[in-house]
Design a protein around this ligand. Structure first.
Ligand code: ZN
Length: 471
């Protein structure tokens, strides 16, 4: 995200919330901010608090809300008690209640004074499944005059403790920044689908379990914006190249922030960003702590040229200011603005992706026989993803001394090393570009192949000898 030319102060209508001092004005606009379309119809008065026909991706659906059938039978329950609407159920709920939703579309957005019934409560909402129960977050048609602020957000749980959503699709208007639920302490989203981009989840913690983030067009699925601790467990992201934006201008530089990624999958047809796009430049004396655990999978994402990872990266170098610690299965892999090492094995994964994929261009020196009979050669390899170069010596053990029984089988080939070298991944064109200073590449390759062939002979001879001995 490039803020350089995006710093804007928005004129925010003086709402009651703002006067009361609970409003929070956001002054940074995202790069994806849409130009204000004067022809866009903004009519939030048609929002209904219960079974509105809401499809936030399609603005014209707002007007369709008038066609919703009246609640003839209960579609919302607390225990066995049915209610005429979600709003009625919430008004009658106690702290800790579970509210069950039937099929249909629900929202509490703009429900008059609903905050007074949710404040201080922990509530759980359980739907009938992601293709049956839909919950609209915030304005179906965001007001362009409030772009860049939180005021298109959803205040229906302002001051609530823990709010849990299960088995439903949560919908937010895509492409508009600063949407979500304003000022819930903790949020839990489990077995759900989330459509559109959201910024506001739990202001202490936000947990997403087995949840799919979808339909985000060209934009991010989510910002870690409001949540000091955000956890994604078993989640899947389908997107057009942007997933999690690890960034905030809210509460900037006042606390450490943690993002946990466990067993998640990031899928795209179009590479754009890493799974986590990080900007730690405004964290002051605090840091981001990003923890990858388990098996995290990406499809269609290119490795970041600096981090050499598909899982995390930066939009530009300025966003990598050293206020980030990344761990993989508990092992530090990135800190002080650089990788801890290019080759790290963790309990479930490897860092970097270059190391993981063995995506190196190799340059080999000649095998040199050592005093103890072993062979040594110098190897240089350069990562194709990030350009990281390293050099090391490779040793092959001395050939095993033939036993008495196998002496009759001995051939000249058996004097060659018995270890067949499998590191034959050489791309001559790229090797030449690597500036191999000490060795002639072509000679070393030929030597390598020759020794490998000798090694195969030696292996055959060894097998024959072994067979004879064991007859
Ligand atoms: Zn690399």
């Amino acid at each position: 995200m490039n803020h350089k030319q995006m710093l804007k102060v928005f004129a925010v209508p003086v709402s009651a919330a703002f006067i009361m001092g609970i409003g929070h004005q956001v002054v940074l606009a995202d790069e994806t901010e849409q130009p204000i379309d004067a022809t866009e119809t903004v009519d939030t008065t048609t929002e209904q608090s219960t079974t509105m026909d809401q499809s936030p991706i399609q603005q014209q659906d707002v007007n369709a809300s008038a066609t919703v059938a009246p609640q003839q039978t209960s579609n919302v329950w607390i225990g066995q008690q049915g209610y005429a609407s979600l709003e009625e159920a919430v008004k009658n709920s106690n702290d800790g209640d579970t509210i069950t939703l039937g099929e249909g579309r629900f929202t509490l957005y703009n429900s008059p004074n609903i905050q007074s019934y949710t404040k201080g409560k922990s509530l759980t909402f359980i739907g009938q499944g992601i293709d049956k129960t839909y919950w609209g977050i915030g304005a179906t048609v965001p007001d362009p005059s409030k772009f860049g602020t939180e005021y298109n957000g959803d205040y229906s749980f302002d001051g609530a403790k823990t709010v849990t959503f299960k088995d439903m699709t949560l919908q937010s208007k895509a492409k508009i920044d600063y949407l979500g639920f304003i000022r819930i302490d903790d949020t839990i989203v489990e077995d759900c689908k989330i459509n559109g981009k959201t910024f506001y989840w739990g202001y202490k913690t936000a947990i997403f379990k087995n949840t799919t983030f979808d339909d985000t067009d060209t934009d991010y699925a989510i910002w870690t914006y409001s949540s000091p601790i955000m956890t994604f467990d078993g989640c899947t992201f389908h997107g057009a190249g942007k997933y999690i934006n690890v960034y905030t201008d809210y509460s900037t530089g006042k606390e450490n922030r943690t993002v946990n990624i466990n067993n998640c999958t990031f899928i795209t047809q179009k590479h754009n960003k890493s799974a986590l796009n990080i900007n730690d430049s405004n964290m002051g004396n605090y840091k981001y702590y990003v923890n990858f655990t388990g098996h995290n999978v990406t499809e269609g994402i290119q490795p970041h040229t600096l981090t050499c990872s598909r899982l995390f990266g930066f939009s530009n170098n300025k966003n990598n200011s050293g206020r980030l610690v990344v761990k993989m299965d508990g092992v530090p892999i990135w800190q002080d603005a650089k990788m801890v090492s290019h080759s790290i094995d963790t309990a479930n994964d490897k860092y970097t992706d270059g190391y993981k994929d063995d995506a190196f261009d190799y340059t080999y020196g000649e095998w040199v026989k050592q005093e103890d009979g072993s062979f040594k050669r110098h190897v240089k390899r350069v990562c194709q993803y990030c350009g990281y170069a390293e050099e090391y010596d490779e040793i092959k053990a001395a050939p095993v001394k033939p036993t008495e029984d196998s002496k009759s089988q001995e051939t000249p080939a058996s004097k060659a090393p018995t270890t067949v070298n499998t590191m034959s991944k050489v791309t001559p064109n790229k090797v030449n570009a690597v500036k191999a200073t000490t060795n002639d590449v072509d000679t070393s390759v030929q030597t390598n192949i020759g020794l490998s062939i000798l090694g195969v002979f030696a292996g055959i001879a060894g097998i024959l000898g072994y067979r004879k001995k064991n007859k």
